[in-house]
Write a protein that binds this ligand. Structure first.
Ligand code: KG4
Ligand code: ZN
Length: 349
């Protein structure tokens, strides 16, 4: 079957088409996957401005849709899928309204998809979802809006065992990057600066806290880290804080502090729940150091546990992950009838 999926929960307008086959062993063929990023527009605000993003989505959707269908060679579409939450409400509405019109025009069902679940399913492009081999699993979803440790007991059976109490990890990257006068989005900008630390002649030692590391729960707090970074920054003379050595040291320490808490808590949860796989997803999981250090930590602390992380380009927002999730929902649904399509900016798993 052919699925056309739409993603507009934040500042990326995404449309993808897939050909999905097989019931027991699903196979996904990507026909097209277009992400039209609004980064340049939101750069000057240092973050996403929702009403502006909505306007851009409305402008982009027909163009991206046409392009995605053309790239897929005009197949007969069987189903439309769309992100209904969580995300920025005005942005979600632009995608959902467009999807409703399209499904009506094509006379096909419309499947509502949870964005967080889709970040999990981005992993099943490379490997098939075999519930016997994959579950129970611990997923760490780290993005600009969310940081959650999710226990997946079986298909569709989720339990959030830990999450951030304030800012998301991606938000922390973005805010500290802004303070350091680096580009938006902050995650890739900090990653780039941090990687240059070896080339810095005058190394500066900075110590930022690892919030909530020693607490028994699986929750996070990244707002404290941001504040600590801000105090550190304010205490420096102008000459220092504008120097390459300082910016690189701050980027390096910010990245490492975030990586340390994410890995420590995820491994701890994985041990407690005796899981078979660890799944990563969300924009922050594109971070090279995080991916590398996770692999090492799993090898060291969780023998026999498989490590799944999507290709870098599928870690950040895209519609392909929405399409894959929709196919698994299609397979699981008995009546193939999704009547209630409602936007929910705070949708939870
Ligand atoms: O999943 P995503 O594309 O959108 C949301 O659902 O929020 O995640 C975006 C977040 C941003 O905060 C961005 O700074 C962060 O992911 N991010 C990264 C990297 N690439 C994107 N953070 C760290 N390292 C990266 N390479
Ligand atoms: Zn996302």
């Amino acid at each position: 079957m052919i699925i056309l999926a739409i993603e507009t929960s934040c500042d990326d307008t995404g449309i993808a088409l897939i050909k999905a086959t097989g019931k027991k062993r699903p196979k996904i063929k990507v026909l097209s996957n277009i992400v039209s990023s609004q980064v340049e527009i939101h750069k000057k605000y240092g973050g996403v401005y929702p009403l502006l993003a909505k306007r851009e989505h409305e402008k982009n959707l027909p163009i991206v849709c046409k392009k995605a269908i053309k790239q897929a060679k005009n197949p007969k579409i069987d189903v439309v899928a769309v992100t209904v939450g969580p995300g920025l409400e005005p942005c979600l509405y632009s995608g959902v309204n467009f999807a409703k019109d399209l499904a009506k025009k094509l006379k096909v069902p419309l499947i509502p998809i949870n964005h967080i679940e889709a970040h999990i399913y981005a992993n099943f492009l490379k490997s098939e979802l075999n519930p016997k081999k994959v579950f129970p699993s611990i997923a760490l979803i780290v993005s600009g809006g969310h940081t959650q440790i999710i226990l997946i007991k079986d298909f569709g059976k989720y339990e959030i065992v830990g999450e951030t109490r304030d800012d998301a990890a991606g938000e922390c990257f973005d805010k500290i990057a802004r303070m350091l006068n680096l580009d938006y989005p902050g995650g890739p900008a900090i990653e780039k600066e941090a990687s240059k630390i070896q080339n810095t002649k005058y190394k500066i030692q900075i110590n930022l806290p690892r919030p909530m590391l020693n607490q028994k729960n699986y929750d996070f707090s990244f707002s404290g880290l941001k504040t600590a970074a801000l105090y550190q920054f304010k205490a420096q003379p102008l000459k220092i804080k504008k120097s390459k050595a300082y910016i690189r040291a701050m980027a390096y320490e910010t990245q490492q502090a975030i990586i340390d808490v994410l890995i420590y808590k995820t491994i701890k949860a994985a041990k407690e729940y005796r899981i078979k796989t660890i799944i990563l997803g969300g924009g922050v999981s594109a971070n090279k150091e995080l991916r590398k250090q996770f692999k090492t930590a799993i090898k060291k602390h969780l023998s026999g546990v498989e490590y799944n992380v999507p290709d870098k380009k599928y870690s950040t927002d895209n519609a392909l992950m929405i399409a894959i999730t929709a196919y698994y929902h299609w397979l699981k649904s008995k009546d193939k009838n999704w009547k209630k399509i409602t936007v929910d900016a705070n949708l939870r798993l």
